[in-house]
Design a protein around this ligand. Structure first.
Ligand code: AHR
Length: 572
């Protein structure tokens, strides 16, 4: 079977079970609707369309109904009821050896005419620094389960194959040291994915010894000879990737046995990481809506609940892409309002998924010691015409900006359990922050959302209640608005509001209980069309612009443009 047909087969299977899963999901959404006490709904909320949009709205977000499509949306922000910390790690990135994600996107090599620092392109590094990227997951993805780290160290790099992605060769010129140098340059922490599929516990254990020992062992000396005498810090370690499919098609039971072995023997020896800064081990968790993943979460969490001193884990991963049809993916540009609505409806399924797996985790871990780590998420569209289909190259539009904001808000609302997430993928692949073409670089609408959300990193969640109303097009009903608020370390309040309606602007009136704020200012990201994009030629089609808001008598008012993402800072 060719690499391309293997991939098609892989995703057709996924799609088949996703159809069954979607049926199960809609049943669970409806039961949630009817479980909500009627007292919580306004008298006009009982229309079918309102119930539908309530089903789609993230739990704890909004009650749909009363003011359904009134021009004004009222919000109440209660600063006196702070919630969990929004861990900065939910703004993590993912860089796989896939297409131009690493080669050309980050690494151009020291001989390149593209300005670079030790092989890393300077324009990309500078752009990523502005995002304050907390961590970057590497080297995969499916690639990780075929990655042998020794091929990517030392002066002689061997050329291998990348059978997962496009059937191209892998030069191994970007290896362990280059990855860690890149992280240093952008100021991010390491999130390494181990090869559990085709590797061995010994290979993985030696990788970690090579990276982290401060002792004069053969591996420690080899690292020093390769230019890094001091031990590296590895903040997070992924124990496998999608071990239920491309990572070895394991059963939950088999995976749990592997997890125990790798967790036990793959040690971090860095003296600085023996206490508070210990390396976090992330186990493979569920992927998407398929029913089999409920069992997966149950089994892994059950194994952890009974764990002995000899092994441990700190996170369970969750993968979920926004795709309507795996076998007929949507275009990333050149689409209309119907595809806008379908994609956003699909992306809001993240809420049900996070809630369902969090509830299972609560059974085994009521103290929420284990984080839910959404370490692959984002939009997955049809490959750009003319590109290698295995490179997963796509454009990034205003629709992706709204999609990014909706997902980040879901993670923030679940901040007590979701403490890390990684959008797929950072440069040139899927829902990228940055696109490059040789010496050219362009920042995507998703990039600007991440830049606007920087103040939410490590801020404390503050509840916002509002009536979301609804927006309907072509039988698809979505909440009209979404919002989160948080207080940063200096006490400043931040509010994000997304207007999903691509046609209508919205007046917002928010009461600020427990705040003495007197001023507000912010930025908004919008565009003429749902599929507006930034290109190498027209870089500023979708860029944030200043937005004004007023605060008077404890009330904030502002106007949201259609299809917009807005972040407001509220202070003295
Ligand atoms: O992000 C692309 C691929 O999607 C990853 O390699 C894999 O883990 C997932 O299926």
């Amino acid at each position: 079977m060719s690499c391309k047909s293997a991939l098609i087969a892989y995703y057709s299977r996924r799609q088949a079970s996703a159809i069954m899963a979607r049926a199960a999901l809609s049943r669970s959404f409806f039961s949630r609707c009817f479980l909500i006490p009627l007292s919580k709904l306004s008298h006009r909320a009982l229309s079918i369309s309102c119930l539908l949009s309530l089903c789609l709205a993230p739990a704890g977000m909004a009650q749909t109904g009363q003011a359904a499509n009134a021009d004004k949306v009222r919000m109440a922000i209660d600063v006196s009821q702070p919630g969990a910390k929004i861990d900065r790690n939910i703004f993590g990135q993912f860089a796989e050896h896939l297409g131009h994600g690493v080669y050309e996107g980050i690494w151009v090599g020291t001989d390149s005419s593209i300005p670079n620092t030790r092989g890393m392109r300077n324009d990309v590094v500078a752009a990523l620094k502005a995002l304050k990227v907390p961590n970057v997951r590497w080297p995969g993805g499916c690639f990780a389960d075929e990655y042998h780290w020794r091929k990517g160290i030392g002066p002689q790099r061997v050329v291998t194959l990348n059978p997962n992605w496009g059937g191209v060769t892998e030069p191994n010129t970007f290896g362990t040291h280059e990855y860690l140098d890149f992280l240093d340059q952008i100021g991010a922490e390491a999130y390494l994915s181990l090869n559990l599929g085709s590797g061995t516990p010994q290979e993985a254990a030696e990788w970690l010894e090579y990276l982290t020992t401060d002792q004069p062992t053969a591996l420690g000396k080899e690292r020093a000879a390769n230019g890094h005498p001091a031990p590296y810090k590895i903040a997070c370690l992924g124990i496998g990737n999608e071990s239920w499919d491309c990572g070895g098609n394991m059963t939950p039971d088999y995976y749990a046995s592997q997890l125990k072995i790798y967790s036990r023997f793959v040690r971090n020896f860095n003296p600085a990481q023996q206490g508070k800064e210990q390396m976090l081990k992330i186990a493979v968790g569920p992927g998407g809506n398929e029913p089999r993943f409920v069992e997966w979460t149950e089994e892994v969490m059950k194994a952890w609940q009974k764990h002995q001193w000899s092994w441990d884990m700190h996170g369970l991963s969750l993968h979920n892409y926004t795709v309507v049809h795996w076998d007929k993916k949507f275009a990333s540009v050149g689409f209309g309002e119907t595809e806008y609505g379908q994609i956003l409806k699909n992306t809001l399924e993240m809420e049900g998924l996070v809630s369902r797996h969090s509830a299972i985790m609560d059974k085994y871990d009521p103290q929420k010691k284990i984080a839910l780590v959404v370490d692959e998420w984002g939009s997955w569209y049809a490959p750009l015409p003319g590109s290698n289909p295995g490179f997963l190259a796509q454009q990034n539009s205003m629709r992706d900006a709204v999609l990014a904001a909706l997902n980040l808000n879901i993670f923030a609302r679940h901040a007590d359990r979701v403490r890390m997430a990684n959008i797929a993928q950072m440069v040139n692949v899927l829902q990228a922050m940055i696109l490059t073409d040789k010496e050219k670089m362009v920042l995507t609408p998703s990039y600007y959302v991440y830049r606007m959300y920087v103040p939410f990193q490590d801020a404390t969640f503050v509840p916002v209640t509002f009536d979301a109303g609804s927006y309907t097009h072509d039988n698809i009903t979505l909440p009209r608005v979404d919002a989160i608020a948080a207080k940063d370390a200096t006490g400043r309040l931040w509010l994000e509001i997304t207007n999903l309606d691509p046609n209508q602007s919205i007046e917002i009136e928010a009461t600020l209980a427990g705040s003495t704020a007197k001023s507000a200012a912010g930025e908004t990201l919008t565009a003429p069309k749902v599929d507006s994009v930034n290109t190498f030629e027209a870089q500023n089609a979708v860029v944030p612009k200043p937005v004004s808001a007023t605060v008077q008598g404890g009330k904030l008012t502002l106007k949201l443009e259609p299809k917009s993402v807005t972040v407001i800072s509220i202070g003295q």
